[in-house]
Design a protein around this ligand. Structure first.
Ligand SMILES: *Cc1c(COP(=O)(O)O)cnc(C)c1O
Length: 437
C-alpha cells in the first residue's frame, strides 16, 4: 500500500505547517498522487474537489495544460539566474504587464518568493523611504484588527491573530491596530458602508495623534482572509487613502490573497478606485504553481532610493528573486486572464453560485452568508467543540477539500470550476452542515 507507507514516512520525516503534529496520531494525512482541474486524487483513486484552491493559490486548476506548457518551454531555455546585476525576458515582461494592469502609478516591481517576504519588503521600503527623506522617526506601522500579513517576524508585527503571534511575542515589535470595518461587527441596522466610515473615523483619530511616528498603514483590501473571510465596504479604502495622503502615511495594499481577480476585479483596490503606495501580490500570481511574490511601488518611492550612496539603496535580496520559471508561470496566468476573459466568466459563475446557494443562505443554522467575487463564507451556529476538524473530515468523505476557520466555512475555488461542480459543492456542504447541527 503506497498510501499507508507514505503517511508513516511523512509523519516521521516531514514537519507539516500550521499543524499540531500530535493530532495526526488520530487524524490521517491525505496523500495526493496527482491533480487535474479542480480535482486532487489520492493513491486509491479517491478524488477531492479543491474548494480552497490549495490555500488560496490555485486559479486555473491543477496541471493546467497552458501553464505546464509555458514552464516546460522556459525550462529548456533558462531555469534561473541571479537578478542582481543580471536580467531576463520573463521578469521584464511580467513587470511591464503588471504595471499596465495595476492601478496607475505602480511602475516599479521588486520580487521575492512568498507572501510574508513581500510584507517584509514593503515594511522595510516604507521605513527606509522616510529615513532617506530625513524623517527616521516615521518607523511604526498600523494594521487592522484581525489582520494577517504573514508569519515571519516583521510580518507578524502587523498580524493580529493571537494563535500565530502569542508564542513569539517576545521576538516581535509592537505595532498598533485600529478597528476592522468587518461588517459582521456593525450595529443592528447600521449599513456596511456607514460602519466602514465609522471605523475610518477611528483610523483618522489614530493617525491624527500618531502620524509623526507612522510609516505606513497596511490593509487587506475588501476581504481579511485569515480573519475568517471578513468582508468590508470599499468606502473604508477610499477614506483610508485620503487620510494617508493627509497625514503623510504610506498605504500598503496586501493583495496577496485578494489580488489576481479573486474579488471580481483584477485587484481589489480597483473597487474603491484607489491606488496604494505599495501593492503586494503572491499566492495566485503564478497560478498556484511556483513561489513568487512582488511588491509594486511608485516612482516617488523609487526616486527616494536613487542616489550615489549604496546605503541609500534598497538593500534586500532573496536567492530566487525573479525566478524565470515562476515569472513564466505568472505570464501564462496573465495570458489566460486575457484570452478567456476570466473576469467576465467569473462574474457569471459568481452569480450562478449565489443563485443556487439560497438553501444554504436560508438555513436556520447558517449566519452571515457573504460573497465577494469568487469568495464565499458563512458561520455555522454550532456548539460542536471541534467543528473545524470534524467538518474537514466529513468533507473529505464527501469528496470535498474544505478547511473551515473556527465555525466559518468558506469556498475559494479555482476559477475553472464548472456549474456541475458548484452544484455538487453546494449540495454536499449543505449535507455536512445538516449533519453537524
Ligand atoms: C497568505 C497571505 C500572506 C502570506 O503569504 P505566504 O506566502 O504564506 O507567506 C500575507 N498576506 C495575506 C493577506 C495572505 O493571505
Amino acid at each position: 500500500m503506497p498510501n499507508s507507507d507514505l503517511l508513516a514516512r511523512s509523519l516521521a520525516a516531514v514537519w507539516h505547517p500550521c499543524t499540531q503534529m500530535k493530532r495526526h496520531e488520530t487524524l490521517p494525512l491525505v496523500p495526493i498522487q496527482r491533480g487535474e482541474s479542480v480535482w486532487l486524487y489520492d493513491f486509491d483513486g479517491r478524488r477531492y474537489l479543491d474548494a480552497v484552491s490549495s490555500w488560496w493559490v490555485n486559479l486555473f486548476g491543477h496541471c493546467n495544460p497552458r501553464i505546464n506548457a509555458a514552464i516546460t518551454d522556459q525550462l529548456g531555455r533558462l531555469e534561473h539566474v541571479m537578478l542582481a546585476g543580471f536580467t531576463h525576458e520573463p521578469v521584464v515582461q511580467l513587470s511591464e504587464r503588471l504595471a499596465q494592469l495595476a492601478p496607475a502609478g505602480l511602475g516599479h516591481c521588486f520580487y521575492a518568493s512568498d507572501g510574508a517576504s513581500a510584507t517584509e519588503i514593503a515594511l522595510k521600503m516604507s521605513a527606509h523611504y522616510w529615513r532617506n527623506n530625513g524623517r527616521p522617526q516615521k518607523s511604526t506601522f498600523v494594521s487592522l484588527e484581525n489582520s494577517y500579513h504573514g508569519e515571519t517576524l516583521g510580518a507578524l508585527s502587523v498580524t493580529d491573530v493571537a494563535l500565530f503571534k502569542d508564542a513569539y511575542s517576545v521576538l516581535v515589535k509592537q505595532n498598533a491596530t485600529v478597528p476592522s470595518p468587518d461588517w459582521r461587527k456593525a450595529e443592528a441596522g447600521e449599513s456596511a458602508e456607514n460602519f466602514a466610515l465609522r471605523c475610518a473615523s477611528q483610523l483618522e483619530a489614530y493617525l491624527q495623534q500618531h502620524h509623526h511616528t507612522i510609516a505606513a498603514l497596511i490593509v487587506e483590501p475588501l476581504v481579511q482572509g485569515a480573519a475568517g473571510m471578513a468582508m468590508y465596504h470599499p468606502a473604508y479604502l477610499q477614506r483610508a487613502r485620503e487620510l494617508c495622503n493627509q497625514y503623510e502615511v504610506h498605504l500598503i495594499a496586501d493583495e496577496i490573497a485578494v489580488g489576481m481577480g479573486r474579488t471580481g476585479t483584477m485587484f481589489a483596490c480597483e473597487q474603491a478606485g484607489i491606488a496604494p503606495d505599495f501593492l503586494l501580490l503572491s499566492k495566485g500570481i503564478s497560478g498556484g504553481y511556483l513561489p513568487l511574490s512582488v511588491v509594486m511601488t511608485t516612482d516617488n518611492v523609487y526616486q527616494a532610493f536613487y542616489a550615489d550612496e549604496v546605503s541609500r539603496g534598497f538593500l534586500h535580496s532573496h536567492s530566487y528573486t525573479g525566478n524565470p520559471l515562476a515569472c513564466r508561470a505568472a505570464l501564462a496566468t496573465l495570458d489566460i486572464f486575457a484570452e478567456d476573459d476570466v473576469l467576465a466568466s467569473n462574474r457569471s459563475k459568481s452569480a450562478y453560485f449565489n443563485r443556487i446557494a439560497t438553501p444554504l443562505r436560508d438555513h436556520p443554522k447558517v449566519r452571515n452568508f457573504r460573497n465577494t467575487g469568487m469568495i464565499w463564507a458563512f458561520e455555522v451556529d454550532t456548539s460542536h467543540p471541534d467543528f473545524a476538524q470534524r467538518c474537514f473530515t466529513l468533507a473529505l468523505e464527501q469528496e470535498l477539500l474544505l478547511r473551515p476557520m473556527g465555525n466559518t466555512i468558506y469556498f475559494m475555488p479555482p476559477y475553472i470550476i464548472s456549474e456541475a461542480e458548484m452544484d455538487m459543492l453546494l449540495a454536499r456542504t449543505l449535507a455536512i452542515v445538516q449533519q453537524l447541527t
